[in-house]
Design a protein around this ligand. Structure first.
Ligand code: GAR
Length: 197
């Protein structure tokens, strides 16, 4: 059997994208296996999803922790992680971190980059901005992570229609179901299959 890439998923909240990755294992994702979930938030529901799936978890808090990034890097290195997926991870990573794992960190962002992205654009705020602007099409992007927030090379994108009467919450759900939960597992498989070659 081919060696599988070891995947770590970094989360901060509900973890629906983590769930999509877990559910895609053995179908869409065959070249990698999720072996670790790290959260900066001890109350993230994503941690429960991981535990239910039998995946090891770790909590590394950012608040009042000057060694936050170093502790995450140490944990990822210790577990010999090949691929890191940011799935609703609400922390911006420094150049030191992104260089350490160059072309091995993926992020899912809930818009069509370069629209509604960069610092300050996360979660519902992205959908609020899209609705305020009045765009008729939005979507999701999976990209490599570098030192520029949402600035790394794009791996996959999928467009989603905006409908009359959409609220940020309704739009967020549509972008998740029609785009994020589909392209994140696909992009993860693409990166893992390259790495194990
Ligand atoms: C997702 O929509 C994800 O794209 C977004 O936060 C949500 C997390 O949901 N991420 C960002 O905005 C990053 N800039 P989840 O915890 O249910 O996966």
């Amino acid at each position: 059997m081919l060696k599988k890439a070891k995947i770590a998923v970094l989360v901060s909240g509900g973890g629906t994208n983590l769930q999509a990755l877990i559910d895609a294992q053995g179908t869409v994702i065959n070249s990698g296996e999720i072996v670790l979930v790290i959260s900066n938030n001890p109350n993230a529901f994503a941690l429960e999803r991981a535990q239910k799936a039998g995946i090891a978890t770790a909590v590394i808090e950012r608040k009042g922790n000057p060694d936050f990034e170093d502790q995450i890097i140490a944990k990822l290195d210790k577990e010999e992680i090949d691929v890191i997926v940011l799935a609703g991870f609400m922390c911006i990573l420094s150049e030191k971190f992104t260089r350490h794992f160059e072309n091995r960190i993926l992020n899912v962002h809930p818009s069509l980059i370069p629209s509604f992205c960069g610092e300050g654009f996360y979660g519902l705020r992205v959908h609020e901005a899209a609705l305020n602007y009045g765009v008729k099409v939005t979507g999701a992007t999976v990209h490599f992570v570098n030192e520029i927030p949402d600035g790394g090379k794009i791996i996959l994108q999928k467009a989603v229609e905006i409908k009359e009467g959409d609220t940020p919450e309704i739009l967020q759900k549509r972008v998740m179901t029609e785009a994020e939960w589909i392209i994140l597992p696909k992009a993860t498989e693409m990166v893992c299959s390259e790495i194990i070659k």
